[in-house]
Write a protein that binds this ligand. Structure first.
Ligand code: AMP
Ligand code: ZN
Length: 113
């Protein structure tokens, strides 16, 4: 059984505020936004737990995500800029081990940690 929270969101077993979807990726609003705009973009398939697992064989989905991000950012009105973040492991505070990228913006963001 797959107990992954984000797999459940993709399946619709857990509700989410979807902002974009294609055959490969799903994007939805973060439930605890860190800024006025805070969206998560994930592969629909649980093929990678985090950036730490990306290999030459699996990099295609990451490349695809990075073609969607600028389009999505435009749709979300982030002309003034935004931040893309992917937490990896305990020190970064990764809580969901299904690779995801945070798209954060809509205000001037503080300096990075
Ligand atoms: P990370 O801490 O980088 O693993 O990111 C996980 C993110 O998922 C956090 O920013 C959470 O606020 C967010 N999150 C957790 N549960 C949900 C949910 N049900 N719907 C939307 N976002 C969620
Ligand atoms: Zn998953």
């Amino acid at each position: 059984m797959n107990d992954c929270l984000f797999c459940k969101i993709v399946k619709g077993d857990i509700p989410s505020s979807k902002v974009f979807e294609d055959d490969k990726v799903f994007a939805f609003k973060d439930i605890a936004p860190a800024a006025p705009v805070h969206v998560l973009i994930i592969p629909k398939e649980h093929i990678l737990c985090g950036v730490d697992e990306v290999t030459a064989e699996t990099a295609d989905i990451v490349a695809h995500i990075f073609t969607v991000i600028p389009k999505l950012a435009k749709e979300l009105g982030l002309e003034n800029g935004y931040r893309v973040v992917s937490n990896v492991g305990a020190d970064a505070g990764q809580t969901v081990r299904h690779i995801h990228f945070h798209i954060i913006g809509g205000a001037e963001l503080g300096a990075m940690a």
